[in-house]
Design a protein around this ligand. Structure first.
Ligand code: FES
Ligand SMILES: [Fe+2]
Length: 325
C-alpha cells in the first residue's frame, strides 16, 4: 500500500492574486518618510516624496544590493540609497549617481503603481507587471460629517489572502465556527463586468450587534471588500476590509469601521469587538488548515463554488476546476 505524502508539507499555495493591497496607513507615512515593508513575499521600500507623492519599489538597490528601506533618504522626488548615494525616481529609473555622469541603462528598481484612498496607501500587484485594471473604491462614509471618525484595527492572520476572502462567501461556517443558531439566508451576485461580487443577506439579529439588519458586502478582489449594514433609518455601519499579503501563509488585515453618529455609543466599539471576536473564532481553523486547490464540494456549497470560479480571474496561472461530490 502506498501512502499519500502528508499534505501539510506538500501542499502548494497559489500565487498572489492581482489587485490593490494596503501597505500602511497614510498617517504612518509623512513627507520624507521611508519605510521598509515586507509584502507579496518581497522586500519593498515605501516612501513619500517632498511633493507628497507615495511610491513603492523593490527594496534592494541594483548597484550592490543595499536595502533602500533601511537608512534610505528622500531627496526631492527621489529616494537615495544609503550605501553609495544613487538616486531613483518614483518610476524606478535611476535619476543620478553622485560620483559618475553616466547612468547604466539597467540601473533601475522594480517600481509598483501606488495610490492613496480611505486613509491607506495601496500598491498594485500583478505578477507580470501589468498596469492597474481597476481603481480602489473610495468609501465616502469615512469623510462624511454624519458618520463617526473611522476606527481601525490590524491583525496578522496565518492564511493565504484567497482563503481569508473565501470566508465571507461561506455562510455554513457561521453556524459551526461563530456559534450562530442558523445559516443566514444570503445571495451572491456578480456585476456585468464579472469582477465585483456582491453578497446580500438578511441577518436575523442572532449575531454581531444582536439587531436584525440587511448586510451588503462588495468584494472587489481577494483582499479588498466593503461591508455595509443597515439597521434602519439613520442607523448604518460601514466596514472596509483591506489586506497586505505578507507571504503566502501570512496576511496582515486592516479593518476600518465607521457608523452613523446617532448609533456610535451603542454600536461603535461593540461592532469592533464583534470583528475581533469573529477573528479569534476563525484563527485556529486558518492556522491549521491547508489550502485545497481542488476541494470536494457538495450541492449545498453553491456560494463557495461561485467564489472559486470568480477568483480565477485574478490569477495568471491556470486554476484547477472545482469538483462536486
Ligand atoms: S548599493 Fe545602492 S548605491 Fe551602492
Ligand atoms: Fe469566519
Amino acid at each position: 500500500m502506498s501512502l499519500i505524502a502528508c499534505e501539510s508539507t506538500t501542499n502548494v499555495l497559489p500565487n498572489f492574486p492581482m489587485g490593490w493591497y494596503s501597505l500602511a496607513l497614510s498617517s504612518e507615512l509623512q513627507i520624507g518618510d521611508v519605510k521598509s515593508v515586507h509584502a507579496m513575499g518581497r522586500e519593498l521600500v515605501l516612501y513619500r516624496t517632498r511633493s507628497g507623492k507615495v511610491a513603492v519599489a523593490d527594496a534592494y538597490c541594483p548597484h550592490l544590493g543595499a536595502h533602500l528601506g533601511v537608512n534610505g533618504h528622500v531627496l526631492g522626488e527621489t529616494i537615495q540609497c544609503p550605501f553609495h548615494g544613487w538616486q531613483f525616481n518614483t518610476d524606478g529609473s535611476c535619476d543620478s549617481i553622485p560620483y559618475c555622469d553616466k547612468v547604466p541603462r539597467s540601473a533601475a528598481l522594480q517600481s509598483w503603481p501606488a495610490c492613496e484612498a480611505n486613509g491607506e496607501v495601496y500598491m498594485w500587484y500583478h505578477e507580470e507587471g501589468a498596469d492597474p485594471q481597476w481603481q480602489v473604491p473610495v468609501v465616502t462614509q469615512f469623510t462624511d460629517a454624519d458618520w463617526t471618525t473611522p476606527r481601525r484595527v490590524e491583525f496578522e492572520i496565518p492564511a493565504h489572502v484567497q482563503d481569508i476572502a473565501e470566508n465571507s462567501c461561506d455562510p455554513v461556517h457561521f453556524q459551526y465556527v461563530h456559534s450562530q443558531n442558523e445559516t443566514p439566508v444570503s445571495e451572491i451576485s456578480i456585476d456585468e463586468d464579472g469582477r465585483t461580487m456582491h453578497l446580500n443577506a438578511e441577518m436575523e439579529g442572532t449575531q454581531g450587534l444582536g439587531i436584525k439588519h440587511h448586510l451588503h458586502s462588495e468584494i472587489h478582489q481577494p483582499g479588498l471588500a466593503t461591508v455595509h449594514q443597515n439597521f434602519g433609518p439613520g442607523a448604518e455601519l460601514m466596514l472596509l476590509n483591506t489586506a497586505q499579503p505578507v507571504s503566502k501563509n501570512m496576511t496582515r488585515m486592516r479593518w476600518t469601521l465607521a457608523v452613523t453618529k446617532p448609533i456610535e455609543d451603542v454600536a461603535g466599539d461593540k461592532a469592533m469587538e464583534g470583528i475581533i471576536a469573529g477573528l479569534s473564532d476563525d484563527a485556529p481553523i486558518w492556522a491549521n488548515k491547508v489550502h485545497r486547490r481542488k476541494p470536494v464540494f457538495c450541492s449545498g456549497d453553491e456560494t463557495l463554488m461561485t467564489y472559486r470560479k470568480w477568483v480565477r480571474q485574478f490569477y495568471i496561472e491556470q486554476y484547477p476546476e472545482t469538483s462536486t461530490a
